[in-house]
Design a binder for this molecule. Structure first.
Ligand code: CTP
Ligand code: MG
Length: 232
């Protein structure tokens, strides 16, 4: 099996309050984005890697990644204003030969993906055209409406993660329609849900370790996961 991946790194990392894009934060002496990219560089199934970055980070990012022997395997794509715009930029940059080639879209800020999950996701996306990694919600979730609250059935609730994976033509079409109709989804799968309701997006159960580093508290957690994995 083969797949392409788009790694989104064109945000500003405002909530991280690091004074720079969080992709550059050091985790055990290596930038966050390097940990993330290495998962794909080391995966034989990964055919091409596109990193989406903002204009202002372009020079620093290239200078950083030049230090690694796999620099030439990475294609650089300029980002957009919102995450969804950056995803669309990445999709437009992909050179797919076949309509059913699998394209994964992944947050640069999620460094802890396991290879077996990437493979399960790739296989599922090839077969179902759209799939994402998700974990079952562990909290009890309440919905508040007007003057009353209700408790949702936890067994039906999943927390979406990335990567999310699709046939090339499916995700391209979904993004084109979203752009045309100015629809903003909270992730890429939601665009397929919106525009291709006849195409059920499949869930591949992932890991609770596949966290997105969003706030300063997440750094401590990340260090702990890295220590446990012992892969540096
Ligand atoms: N992202 C992107 N382009 C944007 C916004 C976000 O490529 N215009 C990327 C981020 O770099 C990140 C991922 O999407 O890897 C998930 O977004 P988030 O965690 O919100 O990161 P930031 O937008 O950078 O952080 P913040 O919202 O706190 O500013
Ligand atoms: Mg953001």
């Amino acid at each position: 099996m083969e797949y392409h991946v788009i790694v989104l790194a064109a945000g500003q990392g405002k909530r991280m309050k690091a004074g720079k894009n969080k992709q550059f934060i050091q985790l055990q002496n290596e930038a966050l984005i390097v940990h993330t990219l290495r998962n794909f560089v080391q995966d034989d199934w990964c055919k091409s890697i596109y990193i989406v970055i903002s204009q202002e980070d372009q020079v620093e990012m290239k200078a950083l990644l030049k230090n690694y022997p796999w620099f030439d395997q990475i294609s650089f794509v300029p980002g957009g204003k919102e995450r969804q715009d950056s995803g669309y930029q990445g999709i437009k940059a992909i050179k797919a030969d076949m309509p059913d080639e699998v394209v994964m879209i992944h947050d640069g800020a999620r460094p802890f993906i396991e290879q077996y999950h990437l493979h399960q996701l790739a296989v599922k996306a090839k077969e179902a055209k759209a799939a994402l990694l998700a974990v079952q919600v562990t909290d009890t979730i309440k919905r508040r409406r007007a003057d009353r609250i209700e408790t949702l059935d936890r067994a039906t609730l999943w927390a979406a993660q990335t990567p999310q994976a699709f046939h090339y033509t499916v995700i391209k079409k979904a993004h084109e329609l979203a752009k045309e109709q100015q629809f903003t989804g909270t992730d890429d799968a939601s665009l397929v849900e919106e525009y291709m309701p006849y195409l059920p997006v499949e869930i591949v159960e992932g890991s609770y370790q596949n966290v997105k580093l969003t706030t300063p508290e997440d750094i401590l957690r990340a260090e702990m996961i890295l220590n446990k994995r012992g892969d540096v």
